[in-house]
Every structure is written in C-alpha cells, then in structure tokens.
Design a protein around this ligand. Structure first.
Ligand code: FE2
Length: 489
C-alpha cells in the first residue's frame, strides 16, 4: 500500500472521513449545469448527431458511514451533438430515495461497507441499501432508463433535458425490480432483463415487448443466491449466469458484507429461448470465474458465441483495514474471453481472446446487440488501487488487431459509446465518445474519436465548464431515435 493510502486508511475508521472515492477525479460535483457554445479543440464532425449519456455515483449529502464508490446518488452527464455543435448538462436522477434524503436534508442510508440493518428499506428484495439508479443508462421506447446494480426501480429520463419522468413500471406490468444491464433488441423493440435477490426465487427473467409491457416473466431455479451483473441475447435466446461468487451468509447474519468465491463450483450459463419456460433453460458449465460485463453474443449455426470481460480471481484480496477491504471489493481485473456453447452436444469451449490486457466496460454498435459483431470498444484499466480507466482499446475479432488510444498522464476516462455516423451502417463507421477528466487540472472534456482509427487521437475535444467525476456506464442515442422520442412526447 502506498504511503498516501496508508494515511487514508488510518482515518477510514472514522466514518465519513477521507476516502479516495470522494477525492480528486471521483469527488462529487454539487451543481447541475447546462452549458452551450462549448469551446472545441479540433472540429465536431457534422455527421455526429445524437447524445452521449453517462451515469455514475455522485453523493449529494455528507456520507453516512464508510463510503464505497457504488454508494453515490445517480447523476447523468450528457453531451448532445447537433450540426457541429455540442451542449452539456448533468442532472441527478430523482429517485424515491433522493426525494426522501432531500426532505430529511441528510443521508438516510449507509453504504455497502456498513451494516445496513438500521437503514430505511431499499429494493423489493429487502436489501436495505439506497436504490440510487446510479449504474447504467439504456435507451428504450423513446426514454432513457437509469438502473441500479443490485436490482432496483428503473427510472425514466428524458434523453435531452435529463428530467426524471418517474419510476418506470412498464404500464404497471413490472413486478419486483430490474438489474442494471437489460439488453435491447432494436430490430424487435424488446427489452430483456432479470431480477435477483437473496431469497427464492433467486432469479427471474423477463421480456418487455415493443408496446412497453412485460410480456414474459419466468422464475429460474438456482442452487442459491447469486450476484449476476449482466446477461446476453442472441437472435433466438437469452443467456443468464450462475457464477460461484456469493455473499457469505454467516457474515451477513452478523451484519457484515463479505463475498466468497467457491473455486470448487463451475460457472454456469443458462441458455433459454427468448420467450422460453423455466423448463426449457439449458445450462452450460465452464471454469469458475466471475463476469461483470458481456461484450455481445450471437449464434453461428447450432453454436452460441459469448464474448465477455472475465474475472478469474473475483474474491476481494484485501486483508487488514477497512480501506484495503473497500478498495478490493469489486476491483476490476478482467480479460477478454470467448465461450462457445454447442447446442447439439451441450459442450462448452472457452478461452482468452486477449490474455494480457485488463480491459472492461465494453461497448459495441448497439444496433448489433445479439447479432455477430467484429469490434469491441473497451476501456483499459490502470494498475492502481482505485478503478481508473487510462485509455480506450478497440478489439478486432477477425484479425486479432488491437487499436489503442491513451488519455495521457493523469487523465482518466469513462465507458465510451459508439456513435454511428449519420447514415452509416458499419460497426466502425462512426465515432467513439467519452468523458475524460484531468486529475491535476480538475477539468473535464468530451473526446470524439474516429472508431476506425483510434490511434489517430481525438478528432474533437469539447471542453466542459465543470468537472465530470469518473463514473459507470454510458450509452448513445442517435438523432433519429431522439426524433422518435420527441414524437412520443
Ligand atoms: Fe456494470
């Protein structure tokens, strides 16, 4: 541990004291800003039209107990490109918990590193942590859904004003919660999701139809409570995961949050027809691991390809003080990995596609979700105590080629979204868009790169009037999708 972090660790026993995830590039911003006529270095391409949105944690009140990066209130930062100009705005997601804490004038929930037993209720599974909607943003049926990693209420936002339109109930058809990373099939208009919790049913899988109603929902049998984070779809199937990383139940009874990784158990992947019954799921076994994020999946004949960022040693390695434990909890250390599930034989084939680089937060051309993709756009994870993304990596599945863009010393980015060029159909015929923050200057910008040539560096850097703290997931909404959103009102 470095000297600086040892010093931080010394004060972490005092709840709410210095914590690296509340400082520097992670420090919350307190203003909600709207800014136009932004200064640009380079030139914003005229055929880049749409909005890049990114969610992330931004604690609004002084922290109640020890803070973990995942605890902060959801805040969405967005940059809207139109005819060579850019506008920026950031807004909190107005969740029920946000309203309750606003009324109280203080934090009411402690975070994941504290005993939650004194907290107000959280999600429908009885997890007494704040449902902050801070994790992902998904565009579906003209609205942006802000979601939460432990399963919560999805909140609808207007994609341009970022106004919170309310809890998304899918016309009163959603029972229970939704996980952070539902998948949208643009061709059918469907949204695929799951919900998990500490008590049976441990996993539910569902489909929202193109008319915005939950049309399918099944309970799936798991050997016990799991912590799935993501899922995949193909043309005919959905893929769910049973991975051997659990919350330690003995620790939970003592009010402690501890994760256990059981190497004796396989990783299991459940392949279920998109509208299939629980009895139709087929489980494929693989070597034990944990997976936060899926790149994409698709079918090749009677074989399913699943590309992921795979974590081989997911259990927290920190021993000793609270800082070490906090920093090691869900620290990203993943490699690009491919599974093949043979529907004829039930056999799994698996292996690294990039065993070297720690890359995560993958993006693809969202129009191809569930269909074959050649390119993946990931962030590279710096070897540091906290989660820092120091560049972008483009993977080419066909040639194995890797392109890279580094943000430069002391500059860190967030998940990049792929923005198709107006009228472009190719999966690298467009741009990558990401927020980048300079640790020394405390300043942020939006970088726009040619998705076919990352090494050339940004074609445009849009300078922002306010810092954008590092955060979680992003999405791109095209101008044609924004028009549809406007027509829906
Ligand atoms: Fe995630």
């Amino acid at each position: 541990m470095t000297e600086r972090l040892a010093a931080v660790a010394a004060v972490l026993d005092e709840p709410g004291q210095a914590n690296p995830y509340l400082l520097g590039v992670y420090a919350p911003v307190h203003e909600e800003t709207t800014a136009e006529n932004l200064k640009v270095i380079g030139e914003i391409p005229r055929d880049l039209n749409g909005v890049h949105l990114r969610n992330g944690p931004n604690p609004r009140h002084p922290v109640h107990g020890r803070y973990h990066w995942f605890d902060g209130d959801g805040m969405v930062h967005a940059v809207h490109f139109e005819n060579g100009r850019a506008r920026y705005r950031n807004r909190y997601v107005r969740t029920a918990a946000f309203a309750a804490e606003s009324a109280a004038g203080r934090a009411l929930w402690s975070g994941v590193m504290e005993d939650p037993s004194g907290n107000p209720p959280g999600n429908t599974h009885g997890i007494a942590l704040k449902d902050s909607a801070n994790t992902d943003v998904i565009f579906h049926r003209g609205r942006v859904l802000a979601t939460w990693y432990l399963c919560g209420t999805p909140y609808s936002l207007d994609p341009l004003s970022l106004e919170t339109l309310g809890a998304e109930t899918f016309l009163d058809t959603l029972a229970g919660d939704m996980m952070a990373h539902p998948k949208v099939d643009e061709r059918t208009g469907e949204l695929f999701w799951f919900d998990y919790g500490p008590r049976p049913p441990f996993l539910r899988y569902g489909v929202v139809g193109p008319a915005g109603r939950v049309e399918h929902c099944v309970e799936l049998d798991l050997p016990g409570a799991r912590l799935p984070h993501d899922m995949a779809i193909t043309e005919r199937y959905a893929i769910l995961m049973d991975l051997p990383l659990f919350q330690d139940q003995a620790a939970a009874r003592q009010g402690r949050y501890k994760l256990t990784f059981d190497r004796a158990l396989p990783a299991r992947f459940g392949v279920i027809p998109r509208r299939g019954s629980a009895a139709e799921i087929r489980w494929f076994e693989a070597n034990p691991c944990y997976i936060y994020h899926v790149v994409n999946a698709w079918e090749e004949g009677e074989e399913i390809i699943l590309d992921v960022c795979r974590v081989s040693r997911p259990a927290p390695r920190g021993s000793g003080g609270p800082l070490a434990r906090m920093l090691s909890y869900l620290k990203l250390d993943a490699r690009m990995y491919r599974y093949r599930f043979d529907l004829r034989t039930g056999r799994t084939t698996e292996g690294h596609t990039d065993p070297e680089r720690n890359t995560e937060f993958p993006s693809i051309d969202a129009r191809r979700t569930g269909a074959p993709t050649r390119y993946a756009y990931n962030v590279s994870v710096k070897d540091a105590e906290t989660n820092l993304f120091d560049g972008l990596v483009r993977y080419d599945n066909v040639t194995g080629e890797r392109q890279e863009h580094r943000f430069g010393p002391h500059r860190y980015g967030s998940e990049a979204s792929f923005a198709p060029r107006d009228g472009g159909t190719g999966e690298d015929d467009g741009y990558l868009v990401t927020f980048v923050t300079d640790e020394r200057e405390g300043a942020s910008e939006v970088q726009v790169l040619d998705a076919a040539d990352l090494a050339a560096g940004p074609v445009a850097r849009v300078l922002l009037p306010t810092r954008v703290p590092l955060g979680f997931h992003a999405t791109w909404v095209r101008a044609d999708q924004l028009r549809t959103a406007g027509e829906r009102g």
